[in-house]
Design a protein around this ligand. Structure first.
Ligand code: AMP
Ligand code: MG
Length: 404
């Protein structure tokens, strides 16, 4: 099988996204990161009444400049009566504007009488409507405030709350089985033999899955044994909406994951033209979609973001824009063309030039931690220091609100 360019692989993978899951009604306090299943329509004007944007005085512009008696005091959350002509109402931020008033003068531009006799002097004229937040000026009643497919962020939930809705319909979380494989793995906290390493992919993949609003199910780690892998895959397919494995998917004698996927289902895609992360399998096990990611920790981290993330978001009904790429100046060079699209860990300087953040080995996690971005080097590209390259910020790469 020839190496597949990432865009082609993504087209195929995204064409295999199932219909979104059923929706469920949830408290807005429990919806961070969930995907909105039904548009939210505003039931009441926001703001619901004309109100003051300032601490100050509400009055008629035709009475300015001049000295006016203060005829009422209206804090936020209090009712008001009609403003008597030739008077001012003391108002505070958020207060109802009394009918009759057509402007607000901020208190810094007013001089209350020192005697405390309830008069206030305004030296200057004012513009009609100033410092008044008009009813419905933010969102009118009947307007849609959020569309289905939105990955809900704190500000979205605040917007929903401002319309008065305590609950919304969100898509059910997808269950994602996580299966790290390899004889060499022991869980952090367990005693490793001298020839063993700690399993870092399980926690990395679990965290990524959770950050996308899905429910991770971490399975026991099978060794490099076809039977153990087979029964773990069968178990995973029975309990999850999707399976993500790490390790054992390459061509070595000890790589049994690919063979077991094929024997229990099918593989549609294998081997991408990317670095790190060439051996990535996508297919089905007993009708359950499966991503077989490489075991090297940086490879599994990168390929999750490039390939699994867009699928999981789409399969949860999310509609998200593509990762933004920013143009940066390279602080390193690339004298020879490569045969795969490369994702290099880069650190951004204050002038937004991008330098390598350290060793680019596919097992070197420390340089991921030091990186601010991933520079994308197209197949065959060469460049010199100072040339422009494309970078995806790591924060964007990990965000549930964008995907490749
Ligand atoms: P594999 O994809 O199985 O050929 O593994 C490639 C490399 O990644 C080997 O050095 C493995 O020891 C390492 N590796 C595989 N799985 C994990 C894991 N879960 N955590 C950390 N390293 C791993
Ligand atoms: Mg292995």
């Amino acid at each position: 099988m020839a190496l597949l360019p990432i865009q082609e692989a993504l087209e195929h993978i995204l064409s295999a996204v199932p219909a979104p899951p059923a929706t469920e009604t949830q408290s807005i306090f429990d919806c961070l990161g969930r995907v909105l299943g039904k548009s939210v329509v505003n039931q009441r004007d926001v703001p619901p009444f004309d109100n003051s944007a300032m601490d100050g005085y509400a009055l008629r512009t035709s009475d300015l400049p001049g000295t006016l008696p203060v005829s009422q005091r209206i804090p936020a959350g209090a009712p008001a009566t009609e403003l008597e002509p030739g008077t001012a109402a003391r108002v505070f931020t958020g207060a109802l504007i009394p009918s009759g008033a057509d402007t607000v003068v901020m208190q810094e531009d007013a001089t209350p009488a020192e005697s405390g006799a309830g008069h206030v002097t305004f030296m200057h004229p004012a513009t009609r409507g100033q410092h008044i937040r008009r009813r419905g000026s933010d969102v009118a009643s009947g307007e849609s405030v959020l569309e289905a497919g939105r990955v809900l962020q704190p500000q979205d939930l605040a917007l929903v709350a401002s319309t008065g809705a305590p609950v919304i319909d969100v898509y059910r979380r997808l269950k994602v089985a996580i299966l790290s494989t390899g004889d060499e793995l022991v869980a952090p906290g367990q005693a490793p033999a001298d020839w063993q390493i700690y399993n870092s992919n399980s926690v990395q993949l679990t965290s990524q899955v959770r950050a996308l609003g899905c429910e991770p199910i971490v399975l026991d780690t099978p060794g490099d044994d076809p039977k153990e892998i087979r029964s773990a895959l069968q178990q995973a397919a029975g309990i999850a909406d999707c399976i993500v494995t790490s390790g054992g998917v390459s061509v070595g004698e000890e790589d049994h994951v690919r063979g077991q996927i094929e024997s229990l289902g099918s593989i549609d895609i294998w081997k991408l033209a990317i670095k790190p992360g060439k051996p990535v399998a996508f297919g089905r096990v007993l009708d359950c979609p499966i991503f077989g990611l490489p075991g090297n920790p940086v490879s599994s981290w990168v390929t999750f973001g490039l390939v699994v993330k867009p699928w999981l978001l789409a399969a949860q009904g999310a509609v998200v824009p593509r990762h933004r790429r920013i143009r940066c100046r390279a602080a390193f060079d690339r004298p020879r063309p490569g045969g795969r699209e490369e994702y290099l860990r880069v650190k951004m300087a204050d002038d937004m030039s991008a330098g390598l953040s350290g060793d680019q080995g596919s097992g070197v996690l420390s340089s991921v931690g030091r990186a601010d971005g991933l520079a994308i080097i197209p197949i065959g590209d060469v460049f010199q220091v100072g040339d422009e390259i494309d970078v995806i910020l790591i924060s964007e790469f990990l965000s549930p609100s964008a995907a490749c």
